[in-house]
Design a protein. Sequence first.
Length: 413
Amino acid sequence: MSVPAPQPRVLIVAFQGWSDAGDATTDVLQHLGGLIDAEVLHVISAEGYVDFQVHRPKLIVDETGKRELEWPDTRLFGPVQRPGASFGPLDELPSKTLGLLSDSPDPDAERVRRIDGTPVTDLFLLAGVEPARDWQNFADEIVELVDVWAIDLVIMLGAMYSDAPHTRPIVTTVTSENEARRAEIGAVRSTYEGPAGISTVVDLALGEAGVETLSLWAQVPHYVHSTPSPKATLALLDKLEELLDIVIPRGELLVQANEWEANINRIAESDEDMTRYIRRLEENRDEELAAETTGDAIALEFEKFLKGGPRFARDIEVQAPGQGVDVQGPEAQGQAQDRAGAAHAQPDDAASEPNDGSQAERPTQAERPTQAERPTQAERPTQAERPTELGNPEPDPSDPDAESPAADGDDRP
């Protein structure tokens, strides 16, 4: 009987803070924590790293009535198989989990499994808050943990606020510095330059140590930033399932996502400005999706099919025919919308200039849009038309490493 090849040990990382828009990433860890046989393996103390005026310790009372403090530490969770024991339901878990794992796990609950039905026993989770200081030493501690526990692949989760309509599928983007991995899973290489967060610091530190990493980001509608987004959590779980070739039970998340969308629809129906703004976002998103039916997109999908790669290239932004394929990371997706808007605002003379000077390529008068067909200034959305009833927009949704005022003051327990 042949022994099955060992599966890679995977660590999924998420931090509370500005890179956790709509609580999407921490909710992913909380969901997975209830589906795997995990225990606390290591604790990185918050002392020296976390600003306790931003992330305050939580006072709890244990079963004996004793009061104690639960500090916002960073914790590594993972499966532990003891001699003579098999992996089964969680019987007891430490109380100090920052709410990551269920306090009363159900013995009959579903588990994360592989395609053949075997339980996943090599998935690890790292949960914590973004530290306020000493990031390099913090990253070094994570690199040491990855080495001690022989982790093969680290997936950094992130979620950013974006000009994304809540009625459309949540867009996710996977980036990697490994060329072979990009070709295998359809990931892209990030070309972002600018302010960075702790995820980037940890990512670079792991890369320097020779550990392979992936970054998985989701776009969350900015106008509902005051509430959790189960739809974004679902999108991240969908992508993780695809990347790791595993089966993740969704539980009540699908129902919660439908209720979340329905509640926003009800609020928007009573606000004409909000309704118009969401409709514009929907039109922009539909135009982007329509671009994927161009010849370049079809050729790309056919090439991926012949190579046996991923079925979809939905995380790759495709330009119009003749412009090639513009592959962008999560930091630059919002900038693409800005460029698209600027293109529509070009002077009419520039739009009618031939490419090589030949008269044959000049559009005829019938092909040129008339003044009546061109959008007037009144039809173009202005900054004043951006609704604020569901929350103020973030300063730069295209930049997952930019500071977010809404999250800097976040004091989650």
